[in-house]
Design a protein around this ligand. Structure first.
Ligand SMILES: [Mg+2]
Length: 219
């Protein structure tokens, strides 16, 4: 599935790839709508419908990932709310073992995320994953999200990796399409980003349910 001989640099998405997307899905689809409903004094179904419509407007853009935008737009302290359910932030099964194996195989390991910097800090604090990476790349630092070709241009210019020796792993197929279009040699999709939901169907790219399926291939 992956030609490990050719891989020198492994770029890993955070939410839904290394960390359980259950936290984010619970936050955006249940916890925030509940809070918003109370604040606006409307019922939860109306709150959810209104928020979903607003999310949809910005999907696939940096703004969609931008907590400052949503904080100002909804007038809600999102980070304070997130901290209330931070016990749901969890590393997906086999992630740490996979990261260890990558290091043992001498791969350069980068976390490459669209998460807002405040989100990134919170998640690294809770999971203690930071020391597992050779570097952390946050798309907000470049002003473009991973779905945008300009992100890859800026990122490659700064990090100087070789496309032919790169692998990108992500649960977002739009991101993988963007990575592939830019020239990232190999891509891998995660089919089960959320431990509480069924697997996604992935036809377009090589995929695994979780990292236990590919660890042996490193050697
Ligand atoms: Mg993701």
């Amino acid at each position: 599935m992956i030609d490990w001989q050719r891989v020198e640099i492994v770029m890993l998405d955070m939410d839904g790839t290394l960390l359980d997307l259950n936290f984010d899905n619970t936050f955006w689809q249940q916890y925030l709508p509940k809070h918003y409903a109370e604040k606006q004094q409307i019922n939860i179904d109306d709150a959810r419908r209104e928020l979903m419509a607003r999310y949809a407007e910005h999907k696939g853009t940096l703004q969609w990932y931008c907590l400052d935008y949503w904080r100002d737009n909804l007038d809600i302290d999102l980070m304070a709310l997130k901290k209330q359910i931070s016990h749901l932030i969890k590393v997906l099964p086999h992630s740490i073992n996979f990261l260890d194996q990558l290091h043992r195989a001498n791969k350069r390991v980068l976390l490459v995320t669209n998460a807002h910097p405040d989100n990134l800090i919170l998640k690294m604090e809770v999971t203690q994953l930071r020391h597992h990476f050779d570097g952390i790349v946050c798309s907000h630092d470049y002003g473009y999200c991973k779905e945008d070709q300009r992100f890859w241009q800026a990122f490659q210019q700064q990090q100087g990796f070789e496309l032919a020796h790169s692998l990108m792993v992500d649960d977002n197929l739009q991101v993988l399409a963007s990575a592939q279009k830019y020239g990232i040699a190999q891509v891998l999709a995660i089919r089960k980003p959320d431990s509480h939901r069924p697997e996604n169907r992935v036809m377009e790219y090589p995929s695994v349910s979780d990292f236990s399926e590919i660890i042996p291939d490193i050697y």
